[in-house]
Design a protein around this ligand. Structure first.
Ligand code: P71
Length: 458
């Protein structure tokens, strides 16, 4: 059979409230043209993020009922720990309430002012937690990663020459950790090859620098290795995952992605002394080391979800449906980041709306129009999110090189017809793109302005 189907039946449904364009105009105006400020009930298809928005399986719900809520030594923690150790091979497992809590604990212990931490591309919260310690977060992605139209099977790879150069320039003693984000979210959800993981690990070991994976989408990354890297076709995803982790000294993880849970995360290491310090800090701010800010039932859901995320049928459906969305819109002429990544499609907003100048936020304008057209919520990753505003000059003084619009696909939540609806919505907007107008920002907060900014149409 050629048709790829959702490898699950639906036992419980959540209604979607349909709306008219007129109603959506009212909702978006009330939200000051900021999709973050919309009420979720006014959204038809929500592609704002794939984080914590997945559908849990009947097994996970059964686990939720089984959750042991004991403060200390909970059986659910033991199941969680056993699963994480089995999958990653790390010796010490510390539960956290989500990915950024793992990052905060790791970086507050490992780095100080003047240090530099290389990564293929640091995710927003990773960078923020490093900078909060006064250290520098450095992105060392390969050159192909900055060219949306260029095909490369592993656009998430780190540039090894640049890494070697940084170690020479800054000195190994000022680099407390080297990281790789799999898949590289901020670089378009692109995978990292096993060969690149191996080489980065080799360099890190040569200079005795701990090497960590930001493992949020580890299963999707492993599946891309199986599909695209020589020698892995016949290997199971679980064994590929094991090999990926075997090159690292630890990891941070948001279980809201490839843990298919609604909340949770963890931090792993093989270093006993470090694990002790991390647990001390955990007790101070998150909770006892056998729950780390989570309920016992959350630990159960994660322990099960981590295995489900590695199932072949699931991954085939997941990667294929993301690719399907990318293929159909790019065949209609819509400029997107190629090849399509694991969890999301990234539209090139400036190329989609060339008549809107950069300072009128073409990416943000496109995200608003997609909502107005069909109730599809996406997120701008561009000038509003990363632009630098000068209070005195009252304007943006630095804008990023791309205005991307990310459509992130929640796991097991939407069906093929939902995806077809999104394809139609994007193509409709593309066909009347000349009529889409730019925006002016009328209010912005001092930090992370995208979450609360207000706009008006020009
Ligand atoms: C995503 C998110 C969630 C998010 C976070 C902040 C602003 C908007 C949306 C979270 C990640 C991630 C990577 C590679 C660490 C985290 C933090 N991604 N690393 O893509 O993608 O995890 O949210 O559990 O704290 O929408 P956390």
């Amino acid at each position: 059979m050629k048709t790829i189907i959702e490898p699950f039946r639906i036992k419980s449904v959540e209604p979607i409230t349909m709306s008219t364009r007129k109603a959506r105009e009212f909702y978006l105006q009330a939200a000051h043209y900021n999709p973050f400020l919309l009420h979720s009930k006014d959204v038809i298809i929500d592609l704002l993020t794939d984080s914590g928005t997945g559908a849990m399986s009947s097994e996970q719900w059964a686990g939720i009922m089984r959750g042991d809520e004991s403060y200390a030594g909970s059986v659910s923690f033991q199941r969680f720990e056993r699963a994480v150790k089995d999958i990653t091979g790390f010796k010490f497992v510390i539960p956290t309430h989500q990915g950024r809590a793992a990052e905060r604990i790791l970086f507050s212990i490992m780095c100080k002012k003047g240090d530099v931490i290389p990564n293929n591309t640091h995710f927003d919260t990773t960078r923020a937690n490093i900078e909060f310690q006064g250290a520098e977060a450095l992105d060392l992605k390969i050159a192909e990663a900055s060219k949306p139209e260029v095909y490369h099977p592993f656009k998430g790879n780190m540039d090894l020459e640049k890494l070697q150069q940084i170690i020479k320039e800054r000195g190994a003693k000022n680099i407390p950790i080297i990281m790789l984000t799999v898949t590289n979210n901020s670089g378009g959800g692109q995978p990292v090859s096993m060969e690149n993981i191996r080489q980065v690990s080799r360099l890190a070991r040569k200079y005795k620098i701990p090497f960590y994976l930001d493992a949020c989408r580890f299963a999707e990354n492993a599946y891309f290795i199986k599909l695209r890297e020589e020698g892995y076709k016949r290997k199971s995803v679980k064994s590929i995952v094991k090999e990926m982790f075997s090159y690292a000294d630890g990891c941070t993880m948001s279980a809201k992605k490839d843990g298919i849970a609604n909340i949770g995360g963890f931090l792993c290491t093989n270093d006993e002394i470090l694990a002790g310090k991390e647990k001390d800090l955990l007790i101070l701010t998150e909770g006892f080391p056998t729950y780390g800010g989570l309920a016992g039932r959350d630990l159960e859901a994660i322990a099960i979800g981590l295995y489900e995320a590695m199932e072949d049928d699931y991954l085939k459906y997941r990667i294929t449906s993301t690719e399907y969305l990318g293929k159909h819109i790019s065949e209609a002429g819509v400029p997107i980041m190629l090849p399509t990544g694991g969890h999301a499609i990234y539209i090139d907003g400036r190329n989609f709306l060339p008549h809107i100048p950069k300072d009128q936020y073409p990416g943000w304008s496109l995200a608003c129009e997609l909502y107005l057209e069909a109730g599809v919520r996406s997120v701008e990753i561009g000038s509003v999110m990363f632009g630098v505003y000068d209070e005195k000059k009252k304007k943006d003084v630095l804008l990023p090189s791309l205005d991307l619009v990310r459509l992130a696909i929640p796991r097991r939540t939407y069906t093929q017809s939902h995806i077809d609806y999104v394809v139609e919505a994007i193509i409709n907007v593309y066909n009347h793109r000349e009529s889409v107008k730019g925006l002016k920002m009328t209010y912005q907060a001092k930090y992370r302005r995208h979450f609360t900014a207000h706009f008006k149409h020009l």
